[in-house]
Design a protein around this ligand. Structure first.
Ligand SMILES: C[S@@+](CC[C@H](N)C(=O)[O-])C[C@H]1O[C@@H](n2cnc3c(N)ncnc32)[C@H](O)[C@@H]1O
Length: 374
């Protein structure tokens, strides 16, 4: 399923909003693709020699590298503009989302209660979203993942989908870069006999990965969980608009309410880098508990591993922790998922941790998988 697929829950930007959003994409592409890649050269040619002249040694630790780079006006300009572009992105999509807030809530109510609906929505009025998503607005998304403005509000989901698309295009990812499609190809190649009857998508956000599973496995019952009610209302209505049967639940991935051994396939997409180490280990244990014999879990995420990276690269990659409200970015990058899968109860010959080979134009996504013998 292509990115920016059309459905009834998408806000329709005005001409002015479209122009602004297009500007944000071009601005981000310049910052990410053209300017970010010049920083290694800036460090080697200018910043490190200047630091050496005043300190007697080249900056070696991440702290020294950060201090020396932040003293450089070209780096400071890039960093400031990159933060500003991210803030502007949320303002730009927020203009459309908040202008259409009432229409989105009404459309969600109609789609979610339509007699023809195929999936379902299960919000838990007693659920308290974990501090990991409420303490900060992750990657600066306005109001955060758990935002719910009342009255059937769906803004968090609309912001996530629209902002996510601008973010991806700004990174240079194309319309066909689908994480779910990559994982589905991986499953077909490595586990050709898997014919899942029940599938669970953890940390589903707007459901843009959940829907492709429902479409790819039409005989399976597909469930998806997240912590935010506004996010889940949007995800359910979006799935209904796309004709996909997905059952959405407000649950924590480390402590769901599903029965033991009740799923054949459990997936997550880009969630691991946004949860704490404690939650991640709980999520892996929960995956093991929920899998039936013969079942498989595939947790996909960005290919960000700190092991083996140079200190400069670690400094570069930790920009998001410091400036883009990604508190768990380095927790994820430093995580050793192989022992965590074993500690979660998977046998040593039933785990796979590594990259998911790139196909056309995409990032080489990373996966942590565990499976149960039949
Ligand atoms: C980057 S988004 C995931 C994107 C989504 N899977 C997709 O493919 O578009 C991370 C999601 O994880 C959710 N999340 C964070 N902590 C969670 C938890 N403890 N349990 C379930 N979901 C969680 C957030 O609310 C957010 O929607």
């Amino acid at each position: 399923m292509v990115r920016s697929v059309q459905h009834e829950m998408l806000p329709v930007p005005t001409a002015d909003e479209t122009a602004r959003q297009q500007f944000i994409v071009a601005f981000k592409q310049t910052l990410n693709r053209e300017l970010r890649s010049t920083q290694g050269k800036l460090f080697d040619a200018v910043v490190a020699p200047r630091y050496q002249a005043s300190h007697g040694h080249v900056p070696g630790t991440r702290e020294e590298i950060r201090a020396s780079m932040q003293a450089d006006p070209a780096y400071r300009a890039w960093s400031t503009l990159t933060r500003a572009a991210q803030e502007q992105m949320w303002v730009a999509v927020g203009d459309s989302v908040f202008r259409e807030r009432e229409r989105l809530a009404a459309t969600a109510r109609r789609l979610s209660s339509a007699p023809t609906r195929r999936g379902s929505l299960h919000l838990d009025p007693d659920f308290v979203p974990p501090r990991g998503v409420t303490a900060v607005d992750i990657h600066l998304q306005t109001g955060g993942y758990a935002m719910d403005l009342g009255g059937g509000d769906c803004s968090a989901g609309a912001l996530y989908e629209c902002g996510g698309n601008l973010y991806a295009f700004g990174q240079g990812l194309g319309r066909n870069d689908s994480k779910a499609a990559h994982v589905q190809r991986f499953i077909a190649q490595k586990f050709p006999d898997l014919k899942p009857k029940r599938i669970l998508d953890m940390g589903c956000s707007a459901g843009s990965a959940s829907v492709p599973y429902a479409l790819a496995f039409p005989d399976a019952e597909v469930h998806a969980i997240d912590v935010g009610s506004g996010m889940l209302r949007y995800a359910h209505a979006r799935a209904e608009s796309l004709g996909a049967a997905v059952h959405f639940h407000q649950m924590d991935c480390a402590q769901t309410k599903f029965e033991d051994a009740s799923f054949d396939l459990i997936v997550s997409h880009n969630m691991m880098h946004e949860i704490s180490g404690v939650t991640r280990r709980g999520m892996l244990r929960e995956s093991r508990r929920l899998l039936r014999p013969g079942g498989l879990c595939v947790h996909q995420d960005v290919p960000l591993r700190f092991k083996g990276l140079s200190e400069f690269r670690k400094f570069d990659m930790s920009w998001d922790t410091l400036h883009n409200n990604e508190p768990f970015w380095e927790v994820y990058a430093n995580g050793d998922l192989q022992p965590e899968l074993l500690a979660a109860g998977f046998e040593s010959d039933c785990v796979h941790v590594g990259s998911l080979e790139a196909t056309t134009g995409s990032l080489p996504w990373f996966v942590a998988c565990g499976w149960r013998k039949p």
